[in-house]
Ligand binder design. Structure first.
Ligand SMILES: Nc1ncnc2c1ncn2[C@@H]1O[C@H](COP(=O)(O)OP(=O)(O)OP(=O)(O)O)[C@@H](O)[C@H]1O
Length: 649
């Protein structure tokens, strides 16, 4: 394909018409939530399933609260209990008050008789209000702590998992769902608290109703069934809509990130891609709105039917009460109390059903969180306990490696040895497996077959954290930490001599020139997105990436395209200093610039995950093979005068 073939039809940048079918069929945008049974979750959302599940959810919420603040969790439960008891006392006092007031005799005498009950009533109301405030304060205190703990547990599990965990199918999807679960963890506390409050109101009202007449309690409970069913169905409809639109919402999130991120901002303009992306965004948003609206109306219809049924059943309860009164089976005082108790019971039931449904839904999200934490914890770094010294020899012995999502091997029976004081260059075409081999030699990944050995010890037997203390890596995609220039070099691990080491590493990589130009030197914040931070160019960042690897020291230095963004002067400084740097460590250099590979003692060529050639620069350049082919392609661009001469010849 010729380069100018793309210029035949210049896209119309003003045309915002987008083929929305692309958004629906584009593989990259389908975002299947692999390994999840979300539809199954929704199917399990029945009233009976919810009733079975709620006790466990309450236990989970309390366990989280217990984890973050035991005293607050115990105080919350104690306040709930006292509040329920005062509620029941209040209702019983209501009964006594009404009975005293409607009794025969002079009104003064009746009032005097009612005074103790009125005092209990007022005291109970005051205490309930007081405990209500304490309950709200305690649950507001616990909620953010629970979310922070849930998020911390996720981060801890993820950062301590094997690197290969990230390559497992659907890991990132599950991370997203778990993140949402962690955010809802705080809701669990509030909802649990409301559920317990509602249950407490119900229990206290139930006790009073059972005392007044045994028929009233079962009738009240029966009356709540239609509402419970309707609330669960409505919650299920909302959850199903969430699942149906989750893929599209992820697409929207991804597009928002790409459209707003500064790294793509220039290309969005120069490639005139904004209308196309905005079209995709609108198509996804409209579909989400359509499905959500449908669910909202379905939910409203279900709630309406539930409310009508609840009204009819409540009517039946009131009729029963009237019949009991007219048959003389209960007194007027008890009937009056029953009115209050029935209202309290109905509010308690409504609360239990409503909060129960919400808690159940939040519980489904929390399940994603606990599944993720369990999954990531299951992939926790659990290797040997050997503590290595800086290695004299790092070796790959018949190493093969297959990524969890890949269909075929990336590395096949690779044998390689690198010794301290030696520089080995890894050469090969894109995708030949250089970075993968490098990650195995550093113990970041473990081989699928064969072994990587440090001084004869399999990296599986070594404590990974102890091993990484001897490793310094400059990856292709190096981190640009939003921290000070100093922290970007010592990475929170300063040496005893402090800035002296930092500045020495900076001098070797060329970062010293950058630091000298910064307004506060090493103290300067390198992050444009934060107020007052300084933006660096790609090459300036790369100098910091090299400086941090040199500051780290360690017995194995791995440089994966370390000078790809550097100007010739900066590149020259690094390569002329490399021999000195390699004096007391093994150095692996991955590079596509074959001239740079001449600094190495040995060049190793990779093709399709295998080592196919190895030797010095002089040997390989004269030997038929991949190195010679790549070298001749790289040298096939004579400078203009020479080209002119070649044409004349
Ligand atoms: N995380 C991953 N999951 C699945 N396959 C991967 C993963 N990372 C790399 N690969 C595949 O492994 C092969 C080797 O990739 P690797 O990055 O090691 O190549 P490389 O030689 O370093 O390439 P380059 O010169 O472009 O940096 C490629 O085909 C790539 O698609």
């Amino acid at each position: 394909m010729t380069l100018d073939a793309t210029t035949d039809s210049t896209p119309d940048s003003t045309d915002s018409t987008v083929d929305s079918s692309t958004a629906a069929t584009d593989e990259a945008l389908r975002f299947a939530l692999q390994g999840e049974d979300l539809e199954g979750d929704a199917q399990r959302m029945t009233t009976a399933g919810m009733a079975r599940r709620l006790p466990r959810l309450l236990r989970e919420a309390l366990a989280l609260a217990w984890r973050v603040d035991r005293r607050a969790a115990v105080a919350l439960l104690a306040c709930q209990l006292v509040s329920a008891i005062t509620g029941a006392l209040g209702l019983l006092a209501t009964n006594q008050t009404i009975t005293a007031l409607v009794a025969s005799g002079h009104i003064t005498a009746r009032l005097r008789q009612a005074v103790p009950a009125i005092c209990v009533l007022a005291g109970a109301a005051g205490l309930r209000a007081l405990f209500g405030i304490a309950i709200t304060a305690l649950s507001n205190r616990l909620s953010p702590m629970v979310t922070r703990e849930a998020q911390f547990m996720m981060l801890d599990a993820a950062t301590n998992a094997e690197l290969s965990a990230y390559d497992h199918p659907g890991f990132n999807d599950r991370w997203d769902l778990a993140d949402r679960g962690a955010a809802t963890a705080s809701d669990m506390i509030g909802l649990s608290q409301n559920l317990i409050s509602s249950a407490a109101s119900l229990v206290s009202a139930a006790v009073v109703l059972a005392i007044i007449h045994p028929l009233l309690l079962p009738l009240t409970l029966l009356a709540a069934i239609p509402q419970a069913v309707a609330a669960t169905r409505a919650a299920r409809v909302a959850y199903e809509a969430m699942i149906a639109t989750s893929g599209l919402r992820r697409v929207m999130g991804m597009l928002r990130w790409h459209l707003g991120d500064k790294w793509q901002a220039d290309q969005i303009r120069s490639d005139t891609i904004a209308p196309y992306l905005l079209g995709k965004y609108s198509a996804a948003a409209e579909e989400v709105e359509r499905q959500t609206n449908r669910a909202v109306w379905r939910g409203a219809r279900i709630s309406l039917v539930g409310s009508v049924a609840a009204g009819l059943t409540s009517g039946a309860v009131w009729v029963t009460l009237a019949l009991l009164l007219s048959a003389g089976l209960i007194s007027i005082g008890s009937a009056g109390t029953a009115v209050f108790a029935l209202r309290a019971a109905s509010q308690g039931l409504q609360g239990m059903v409503g909060y129960g449904a919400q808690l159940f839904r939040s519980g489904l999200y929390l399940d994603h969180w606990s599944t993720f934490v369990a999954e990531a914890s299951g992939m926790r770094l659990a290797r040997g306990h050997g503590v290595p010294e800086a290695p004299a020899v790092v070796a790959a012995r018949k190493v093969s490696f297959t990524y969890p999502t890949a269909e075929k091997e990336t590395l096949h029976e690779v044998d390689l040895e690198i010794r301290r004081g030696e520089i080995v260059a890894l050469i090969g075409e894109n995708g030949s497996g250089k970075s993968t081999l490098m990650r195995l030699l550093c113990g970041l990944n473990l081989p699928t077959a064969g072994a990587v050995e440090w001084d004869g010890v399999d990296t599986r037997e070594l404590d990974p954290h102890a091993l990484w203390r001897h490793v310094a890596v400059v990856p292709q995609e190096f981190a640009r930490w939003p921290m000070s220039a100093r922290e970007n070099i010592h990475l929170g691990q300063p040496r005893p001599d402090g800035d002296t080491s930092v500045l020495r590493a900076a001098a070797a990589s060329g970062a010293d020139d950058v630091i000298a130009s910064l307004r506060s030197g090493l103290d300067t914040l390198l992050a444009r997105e934060f107020w007052g931070g300084v933006a660096l160019s790609s090459g300036q960042w790369q100098r910091f990436a090299v400086a941090r690897s040199l500051h780290r020291g360690g017995g194995l230095l791995v440089l994966d395209e370390p000078t790809s963004d550097l100007d010739p002067r900066a590149e020259h400084r690094i390569f002329t200093g490399l021999r000195e740097i390699a004096a007391d460590r093994a150095v692996i250099l991955v590079t596509h610039n074959l001239a740079n590979a001449s600094v190495a003692d040995r060049i190793v060529c990779m093709e399709g995950g295998r080592i196919t050639q190895s030797g010095s620069f002089a040997e390989l350049v004269n030997q038929p093979g991949i190195f010679q082919r790549l070298w001749s392609l790289q040298s096939d661009r004579p400078i203009p005068e020479q080209r002119h001469q070649d044409q004349k010849d």
